[in-house]
Design a protein around this ligand. Structure first.
Ligand code: NAG
Ligand code: NAG
Ligand code: NAG
Ligand code: NAG
Ligand code: NAG
Ligand code: NAG
Ligand code: NAG
Ligand code: NAG
Ligand code: NAG
Ligand code: NAG
Length: 309
């Protein structure tokens, strides 16, 4: 092999080795590192370690299941698409649908009510929108926590298809046929629902169904065709996650403090609980018992590798 090629090969090998090292420190020992194509960093985990017998997850809310190479939360109705150690998790959640009900006449009508009531998860305000689709439809998303309840939503009414078409500009949700609102910060234990004002009594010729859902920014494009039905029954959304039930100051005194070596603690912005982050100049998984590693280890390793060339 010529030196140039050898160098290329070694670089490739180094990158692979570093990736393997990083992946190896994501889950606890004896715990699955991934399910399908989704990797599972501790504090999330599946079941028990086949090495120590202990839980693979930090707290029961972060216990996942893997069925048919698909990752689920809890009993299996929420699919997990991606987990980031920066405190975000992408999920697939059912939409709320409302259909014309022939037996109701002009009475209003309500759709199914998806809910997600796990307190360690807060719906991300910056990454999602709440959307309602239809021409005789309103919807709202509510957060109910102990005694506090707050909601937001939007409504859309239109009595001809032409008005929707004339408002419609390159798939944008303009408020007619499709409306959207920002999600307020700090929504936990959420539930949302689509409603019809008059059971589609004056829109039946072009619109007999309405929808409400929370969706990750950029993952929904409105189309006039959706007034006849949307081509999906779940949408991807982004939740923020944290661990523990107290602030950093209180948690630091406890034996189950989750932030390991070379990491910093950060209070969860909206409620009790906290997050762990590698200190500047360190990397890895701040929740993993191995803690975060200094870049110097990696540089040392790289130098060792290149000196072989
Ligand atoms: C233990 O779990 C790890 C991670 O899922 C897996 O790679 C390994 O094959 C398992 N070992 C046994 C003996 O089941
Ligand atoms: C983790 O989830 C699995 C599957 O739902 C369940 O069988 C197991 O009991 C859970 N473990 C704990 C500690 O909650
Ligand atoms: C797993 O996938 C197979 C093939 O796609 C399917 O027949 C089976 O029902 C699935 N099992 C579960 C539990 O979803
Ligand atoms: C998963 O999240 C990580 C970290 O935020 C990001 O870099 C990656 O692109 C995401 N992957 C997918 C498939 O969304
Ligand atoms: C229509 O409304 C009636 C009265 O509320 C209800 O009993 C029935 O289940 C509804 N039908 C459908 C298909 O939702
Ligand atoms: C979560 O919301 C439901 C209603 O959707 C409510 O009954 C329940 O008490 C709420 N849980 C908490 C912890 O506030
Ligand atoms: C539609 O939305 C895109 C992205 O938000 C924006 O760039 C574009 O100007 C909008 N088009 C119209 C006609 O409003
Ligand atoms: C639909 O119901 C509303 C409220 O009852 C009524 O004002 C309206 O005239 C009805 N439209 C048609 C086409 O029946
Ligand atoms: C969400 O949008 C991204 C980027 O356009 C795309 O890669 C991904 O497949 C979409 N996810 C879903 C579930 O629609
Ligand atoms: C924590 O990190 C420091 C500095 O990187 C190191 O000296 C120490 O041995 C580590 N402690 C443990 C328990 O890994």
């Amino acid at each position: 092999m010529r030196p140039k090629e050898m160098q290329k090969q070694l670089t490739r090998l180094t990158v692979l080795l570093l990736m393997a090292l990083e992946a190896a420190s994501q889950a606890l020992r004896g715990c699955p590192n991934s399910c399908g194509s989704v990797s599972i960093p501790y504090p999330f985990g599946i079941g028990n370690s086949n090495h120590t017998g202990a839980n693979c997850f930090l707290m029961k809310e972060l216990n996942l299941t893997c069925t048919n190479s698909t990752l689920y939360h809890g009993q299996g109705n929420i699919q997990i698409l991606n987990i980031s150690l920066a405190g975000k998790i992408d999920m697939l959640v059912h939409i709320s649908e409302v259909y014309k009900n022939e037996s109701l006449g002009k009475k209003y009508n309500i759709g199914n009510r998806p809910r997600f009531s796990v307190p360690v998860f807060t719906i991300s305000s910056e990454d999602n929108k709440f959307v309602t689709v239809g021409c005789d439809t309103y919807g709202y998303v509510s957060s109910i926590r102990k005694v506090t309840e707050f909601s937001t939503g939007c409504s859309t009414r239109c009595n001809t298809l032409e008005i929707v078409e004339s408002m419609q500009r390159s798939g944008n949700c303009t408020g007619i046929g499709c409306c959207q609102v920002d999600i307020p910060p700090g929504m936990k234990n959420i539930t949302f629902r689509a409603f019809s004002f008059y059971n589609f009594n004056s829109t039946s010729d072009f619109n007999k169904c309405g929808y409400s859902f929370v969706v990750k920014n950029g993952n929904y494009t409105f189309s006039v065709d959706h007034l006849k039905g949307v081509p999906f029954n779940m949408t991807p959304l982004v939740m923020e996650w944290s661990v523990g039930k107290d602030t950093c100051d209180i948690s630091k005194q406890r034996t189950d403090y989750a932030c390991k070596n070379n990491s910093d603690c950060e209070n969860s912005p909206f409620d009790d609980g906290y997050r762990c982050k590698c200190k500047p100049g360190f990397q890895g998984n701040a929740y993993h018992p191995d803690g975060c590693q200094g870049n110097s280890i990696i540089y040392y390793f790289l130098i060792l590798t290149f000196r072989q060339i």
